[in-house]
Design a protein around this ligand. Sequence first.
Ligand SMILES: Nc1nc2c(ncn2[C@@H]2O[C@H](COP(=O)(O)OP(=O)(O)OP(=O)(O)O)[C@@H](O)[C@H]2O)c(=O)[nH]1
Ligand SMILES: [Mg+2]
Length: 419
Amino acid sequence: MFLDIATIYCKAGNGGDGAVAWHREKYVATGGPDGGDGGNGGNIYFMADRSMNTLISFRYTQHFKAEDGANGQGRNCTGKAGQDLIIKVPCGTVIRDAESNGIIADIFNDGEKVLIFKGGRGGRGNARFATPTHRSPGYSEGGERTEQRKIKLELKTIADVGLVGFPNVGKSTLLSVISAARPKIANYHFTTLSPNLGMCDYYGDSFVVADIPGLIEGASEGVGLGHSFLRHVERVRLIVHLVDISGSEGRDPVEDYKAIRKELENYSIALTSLPEIVVANKCDLLYGDEDTIERLEAVCGSKVHKISAATTDGVNEIKGVIANTLKDIPPVAPLEFEPFVYEEKDRSSFEVYVEDGVYYVTGGYIEELARRVVLNDGDSFRWFQRVLRDKGVIDALKEKGLKEGDTVCIMDIEFEYVL
Ligand SMILES: Nc1nc2c(ncn2[C@@H]2O[C@H](COP(=O)(O)OP(=O)(O)OP(=O)(O)O)[C@@H](O)[C@H]2O)c(=O)[nH]1
Ligand SMILES: [Mg+2]
């Protein structure tokens, strides 16, 4: 099965908390602080893997989490860093933020590993807070907490050539005779339901051809299978536009040509500027009817190449034309985009509110601070209150009416306010 769009959730590892610990040794009365730092949380990388060609595995697994960093330990032991997570995706997978649709990255080259979500920083242990004037700090720093992100993966096949045309014109048949690919071929519409890739060799030159599912009128608005597969044409260097020149299904090949061009244009104007080779297939069914070819050439403004994918007449020549045309076109490049970057959480702000006589304080900075307090340590608690005062939290609470003896609640820390 093929899937070219998936939504998943990713969370890099949290940083481990710094430790509060004291050096203990026989005959050493005051050993001093020796709490180690927390380990950094694991990162999430995405890696392009040429052997994959669908995002189907993401239908079953949608939550990805890198390991958290371990907390620091006494004796200055730093916590173990969380293990990184590497998520493999097919080459040509574009990662977007699900909410804003902004592009975060384009995972393009085989084996390329891109850091997408960084793990949280480990917190510093109390050993790091010791100063000549404050030699036994009873507090440490909490590890940085990461957020879960919802992202969208979008596969845009990378190929040199995209075979486009109405259903049943012989695209898959052509791919099967110019490459080792063995796509399904049958005499009905929409035989091909997902892009097939084939590697073609032409006297030492090689190129990748993508057989795109048949397009019909209205494809760019989602009729048929169209819209979802036009995405795969976006990344090709050359369009090979196939028409059934015999009109075996009763349609006029020239009208077919115009209809497909219109769909490409409606989808994205960029598609119309791609170089195009027009190929008239099923010439074995054409009995000396040169008029259609001439009409088609007049409309497309270039030479129309006659082939029969069924008898392989003209197939080697068309391979040569493709190989030569590609020589003058720059290689496929990753998307050009302004990378989307997640906004840093505002860690300096806080909010205060009163409910049932209890004063609550919330906000990034305060929550981070609260995680650093060691409750049963008087020194740590005094330090906590000092920071609250310095940062203006106490003033803000007083404005709300805080008096001596009132209860203040910050995360899971509850204390009585004393002057
Ligand atoms: N006579 C003749 N028949 C052909 C030729 N090329 C393909 N066919 C037949 O046309 C039918 C459709 O061929 P496919 O290759 O499956 O067509 P397609 O364009 O891939 O079709 P979709 O996948 O449905 O878009 C099959 O029955 C083929 O055998 C040709 O050159 N001459
Ligand atoms: Mg097909």
